[in-house]
Design a binder for this molecule. Structure first.
Ligand SMILES: Nc1nc2c(ncn2[C@@H]2O[C@H](COP(=O)(O)OP(=O)(O)OP(=O)(O)O)[C@@H](O)[C@H]2O)c(=O)[nH]1
Ligand SMILES: [Mg+2]
Length: 344
């Protein structure tokens, strides 16, 4: 088994989390397999849904009478999400725990406070980070320990807000997943009967159009999932760690300087921490901007064109056009310098 533990932090993280779990349940329900699990008087004739290997990535199957975990292949009893729900305001979490998904989580998976971090990163990072750091590690441990072969954490949080951004950053340190610095690309394809040869040839075409660093020409990861999403026959998602993110970082640093020159809002932060964090933070951001520029500009990259070919609608899967010319290209921050480009 290869499990993923989901960590959702703050209002945004938990609201997106709700949509994620609801969709995951619907998708698994639509693709369920059934088997005879016996249990009738003659020891047969009771058909139940099977807890599959793929379900075990995101869910545990628990027998609530014995509290025992049931392995893939067993009948679905009580599904519990492999998740940690964290918010420093309790409104959204209480809604989740009263709403249609309530049976998916136990109260032991929830960590909350009442007042929130008031959109203040420093409040989330320092105050709540210090206060809840140990409890958080304990919570993650409780979700990680039942895993057979934990493959990753999936962190959902907003960049704004105080809890998602501040406490979310603190939690990233706890998970120690800041380990990626290469420019790389992942392509994840879903749909029935898509031949891997088609995917490979289109990735090769995409590769030739991308500027990739010399030291990572083969930096592509391909995922192929036979099960289509609920609303599409086929779909594709690309995860890119790309220099294009400077178009987000550069305006961010400019906006920062406009406010910082007047010391606007600084006092909200210095009640929790030393003012030096501003210089450190903008220094880190500038370094990051320079590093991305250097990778793009110092001849360290090869290949044609400077844009992501996918966003230009060039790639095709068989005859089907799967990368759309994107009115709706979204960029999602995954932390660790990784950004997810979503095509909608
Ligand atoms: N896409 C999306 N964005 C959201 C959602 N909820 C909040 N946001 C965005 O998240 C940012 C605010 O962060 P929140 O997640 O509300 O804040 P928080 O993490 O709860 O932190 P505090 O409330 O300050 O303690 C704003 O940019 C919102 O637009 C949501 O459900 N979906
Ligand atoms: Mg909040």
């Amino acid at each position: 088994m290869r499990e993923i533990v989901t960590i959702q932090v703050g209002q945004c993280g938990n609201q997106i989390g709700r949509s994620f779990w609801s969709r995951a349940l619907h998708e698994h329900a639509a693709n369920s397999h059934y088997a005879d699990f016996g249990g009738g008087e003659g020891g047969e004739g009771r058909t139940g849904a099977v807890f599959s290997e793929s379900m075990s990535t995101f869910f545990r199957n628990v027998d609530m009478t014995t509290k025992g975990e049931m392995a893939p292949g067993s009948e679905i009893r009580d599904l519990k999400a492999r998740a940690c729900l964290i918010d420093m305001e309790d409104g959204v979490l209480s809604e989740t725990m009263r709403g249609p998904l309530k049976d998916l989580f136990t109260s032991a998976q929830v960590m909350s406070d009442v007042s929130g971090a008031g959109n203040n990163w420093a409040h989330g990072f320092y105050e709540y980070g210090n206060q809840y750091g140990d409890q958080f590690l304990e919570l993650v441990r409780s979700q990680a320990e039942p895993c057979d072969s934990l493959q990753s954490f999936f962190l959902m949080h907003s960049l704004g807000g105080g809890t998602g951004s501040g406490l979310g950053t603190k939690l990233l340190e706890g998970c120690n997943i800041r380990n990626s610095s290469v420019l790389a690309c992942g392509v994840f394809v879903r749909g029935k009967g898509i031949p891997i040869s088609d995917v490979n040839s289109n990735v090769a075409r995409l590769q030739s159009e991308l500027r990739m660093p010399r030291w990572n020409r083969e930096g592509f990861k391909i995922g192929l999932c036979e099960v289509p999403g609920l609303d599409h026959q086929s779909s594709i998602m690309s995860l890119c760690n790309s220099e294009i993110i400077n178009s987000v970082f550069v305006p961010l640093s400019e906006r920062f300087y406009k406010l910082y020159r007047r010391k606007a809002n600084v006092h909200h932060y210095t009640q929790f921490c030393d003012g030096g964090i501003f210089d450190e933070a903008i220094g880190n951001l500038e370094n990051l901007i320079e590093e991305y520029k250097a990778v793009g500009g110092r001849g360290e990259v090869e290949g044609r064109g400077g844009e992501i070919a996918a966003a230009r609608g060039r790639a095709h899967l068989g005859r089907q056009r799967v990368f759309k010319q994107a009115e709706g290209v979204g960029v999602l921050d995954l932390g660790c310098g990784m950004y997810c480009v979503i095509y909608v």
